[in-house]
Write a protein that binds this ligand. Sequence first.
Ligand SMILES: [Mn+2]
Length: 430
Amino acid sequence: MAFELSPDHIAAENRKRLKWLEEDYEHLGRQLARRGADIERLTERAMGFRVAVPSWGVGTGGTRFARFPNPGEPRNVFEKIEDCDVVFKLVRTTPGISLHIPWDKPESAAELRSFAEARRLFFDSMNSNTFEDQPGQACSYKFGSLSHTDPAVRRQAVEHNLECLELGVKLGARSHTVWIGDGGNFPGQVHLRNALERYLDSMRDIYRALPQGWRLFIEHKLYEPAFYSTVINDWGTSYYCARELGERAFSLVDLGHHAPNVNIEMIVARLIQFGKLAGFHFNDSKYGDDDLDSGSIKPFQLFLIFHELVDAELSRVPGFDPAYMLDQSHNVTDPVESLMTSAAELVRAYVQAHLVDRERLAAHQQANDALLALQSLKQAFTTDVEPILAMARHRAGGAIDPVATYRASGYRQRAAQARPAAARLGAGIV
Ligand SMILES: [Mn+2]
């Protein structure tokens, strides 16, 4: 690939910004010291944060009305990995890639794996797709997949998931995420209890085939594509299924997959408490499953979620090991820029959550002092930790200003020349 982003370019861009960053970092360090917080420890934590990017996130998304492709968008899984590599080089927190099968099915798993490893990237979670039909497939998923009334359709859907596991082992992945679009558009269309039983039967077959050391993630979603009833509709159903399946099954939280105004941080706390939190598909939304960039609409909600996560981390909840992934659809932005920005927003919320004075907060809770309890969260949330994020990126070899550095590199323009538009590629919204 002739248009790779060079470390020299990143270093040159950083030189333009380093002096001011050091000034801001020093000032923030003094401010935080007054509050008893050590900026160096926070920077270390920022450098240790990891979030996976989805292979499908580097393509332009779309709505059900239209898709407006960006120039130079990747045409196959290798080109997707090239773009993931750019994101990783600039932000340094995203070495993991989540793959979607069959969209990313390689001819040679070994070739794909070494292509990623040569870039110090690895494959994180596998994602199956039984929400659309593939050319030549025997049965249709029009009326469901793992919960379909016809055992032949269920069998085909299970087989597809087993194929994902097999491929995932060759690629070095460690988890498998299952989201199904099964449900009904009309009252009476689906027998609510029987459909869930059929889903569980199918999932038991997948769970039994789960490779050694792997975890199975169940992703729920309130509605869409089904508009009346959805088989795996909420966290309660997801939790029930995870419990039924066994100790290696967990519930995955996608921020856009809940009823409006639901207290998502409470769901997170519950799943942590019950030992069943798989991890996240991070994104943001205003109305439904909007798949907007993380932290773009409700940054306080994101902070409150990380407040629960950091609380579990600090109190060493047994088995607490959530997998973080971005799951966004980029319709009007350059996907590389959106992914970098979202990755940074997660680190921001993570660092801010580490700023919460938990001893003070516990004392306020004990004393039923609602006002000061909120204030101790707000003090952390309103602290501008950007110098910490920028310093963490810089020290890890990434960019102080990822978007500006990316734009100055001309990567997208060069990609546009090297990758003339091809046939439509799958850029799904799950
Ligand atoms: Mn998702």
